[in-house]
Design a protein. Sequence first.
Lengths: 269, 251
Amino acid sequence: MAMSRRKRAQVIRGVQYAVLVLAILLVVLLADWQTIGSQFFNLEAARTQIPEVITTALVNTAVYTALGFAVGFGLGLVFALMKLSSVGPYRWIATAYIEFFRGIPALLVFIALGFGVPLAFNLKFDVYSTAAIALGLVGSAYIAETLRAGIQAVPKGQIEAARSLGMSAARTNVTVVIPQAFRIILPPLTNELILLTKDSSLIYLLGLFRDDFELAKFGREGLNATNSMTPILLAGLCYLLITVPLGHLSRYLEGRTGRKSERGLKVTA
Amino acid sequence: MSDVIVEVSGLRKAFGTLEVLKGIDMSVRRGEVVCIIGPSGSGKSTLLRCVNLLEEPNAGTVVVNGFEMTDPDVDIDRARRGIGMVFQAFNLFGHLSVLENLTVAQRKVLKRDRDEAERIAMRNLEKVGLAEKAGSMPAQLSGGQQQRAAIARALAMDPAVMLFDEPTSALDPELVGDVLTVMRQLAEEGMTMLVVTHEMQFAREVADKVLFMDGGVVVEEGQAAQVIGEPRHERTRSFLARVLNPVHAGE
Ligand SMILES: Nc1ncnc2c1ncn2[C@@H]1O[C@H](COP(=O)(O)OP(=O)(O)OP(=O)(O)O)[C@@H](O)[C@H]1O
Ligand SMILES: [Mg+2]
C-alpha cells in the first residue's frame, strides 16, 4: 500500500465520481420518462393552476406563516424572559411550556386547536386566527430557546462594562445586550421561519374554503382535478420561492457578523 | 472628609459558603494611587467589584465620592458615573466602533450632545494614543489598544476615581508597557486610582500606598517601597519572592 498522498486523493475522487455516475445512470434507466413528462410537466394541468397558485395559495402560505411567526415571536420573547427570570415559578412554567410544545408534533397542535378548543370552550376561530395561534404555539417554543440562548450568549463583561459606566439595567439591555443578541439570533430565527413556512401546510386539517387554500392544499386539489402531478410540482416550486431566499438571507446574515471585522480592517490598516 | 474618595469599612463578602472578604478596611484619598497585590483567589477583584457594587457586599460599608454605595436606597447608576472601571478582559462593546464605545455612555447617561461627546471622546483617545483608531471596531485592535480604548472610555465620563482590575494581565508582554505608560501618565495628572496589579515595578514606582491581601484580609499595607521592598509579614515576603522571581514559582 505504498500510495502517495496525491495518488490516494486521486483514487478517492475517482471512486466518488464513479458512484455518482452509476446512481444517475440507474435513475435514468429505471425512470419511466414518458409518464414523467406527461405527469409532471403537463402544460394543460399547469394552466389550470395559474394564476391562483400565486395569487391565492402562495399569498395565503406567506400570510399564515407571517401571522404565525409574529405570534410565535411574541410568545417566544415572553417565555424566553420568563426562563431568564429570577423568579422560580416563572422559570418552571417557561421550561414546561417549551418542553411541551417542542416535543409534540405540529399536526397535533393543529388538530387540538381546530377541533379540541372549539369543543372545549365553545369557540370558533376563523382560519387566520387558527393559523396564527397554532403556528405561533409551534414556533414559540423554538423561538423562546433561540432568544434565550442569544441573550445569554452576550458576555457578562459587556453588561458589567455598561453598568459600570452608569447605565441602568434597562438602558444596558437596549444599548448593549439586545443589539448583540440580535446578531446571534438572526440566522436561527430565519431558519425557524423556514420551518414554519412548511408547517403552515398543516392548516388544511381545518377544512378550508377555496379562497383559504395554501400551497400544499392547493396543489393536492389540483392533483385531484387534473389527475396530474404537475400542480404538486408547481406548489413545491412555490415553497422554494419562499424558503430558498430565506435560507440565503440566513447565511448572508451569518456571514456578515463574522466578516464585520475584516471589512473595517481594510479601511483602517 | 471630602478628601477621602473611597472609604471601605468592615467589608465582608461570601459566595455561598465561601468567605472571600473577611472584614476589609481601606481608603483612598483624592489624588492617591493605591495598588492591591496578593495571590490568586485572595479576593482582590471581589474587593474592587464591591467598590462600585458590581458585587453586593454581605456586610460593611463602602462610600465612594460621597455616595454610600452600600445604602439600599442609593441611586446606584448616578453613583457609578463617578467611578471608572477598567477590566482585565477590556470589555469594549463589540458591536460599536471605538469612538461609539467612548460616546455611548456620555450621550445616554450624561446626556451630552453628539458634538460634545465626540469632542471629549477624541480628546481622550488622543491621550491614550489611539486617535487614528476612532473608526475601528474593537476586534480590529490589539489587546493593548483595546485596553487603552477601555481606559479612554472610562475617562470620558470624568470619573472621580478609576478602578483597574489587573489591566495588563491579559496582554502579551510587549503590549503591557503601553498600557502602563498611560496609567503612569494618569497618576501624574493626579487621578485617584485603585489598581489591582501583578506589576510590582509599576506598583513600586507609581503607588502611594500598597495593600497586600491574602485569604480575604489585608495582611499588610503601607508605602510602596516598604511593602514591596521590606515586607514585614512572612506571607508578603513569600508572595513577593514568588512574583519577583517567577523562575522558581513553577508557573
Ligand atoms: N461570582 C462568584 N461566584 C462564586 N465564587 C466566586 C465568584 N467570584 C469570585 N469567586 C471566588 O472568590 C475567590 C476570590 O476571587 P477573586 O476574583 O476576588 O480573587 P483575585 O484575588 O482577584 O484572584 P486573581 O488574582 O486570580 O484575579 C475565589 O476563590 C473565587 O473562586
Ligand atoms: Mg482578580
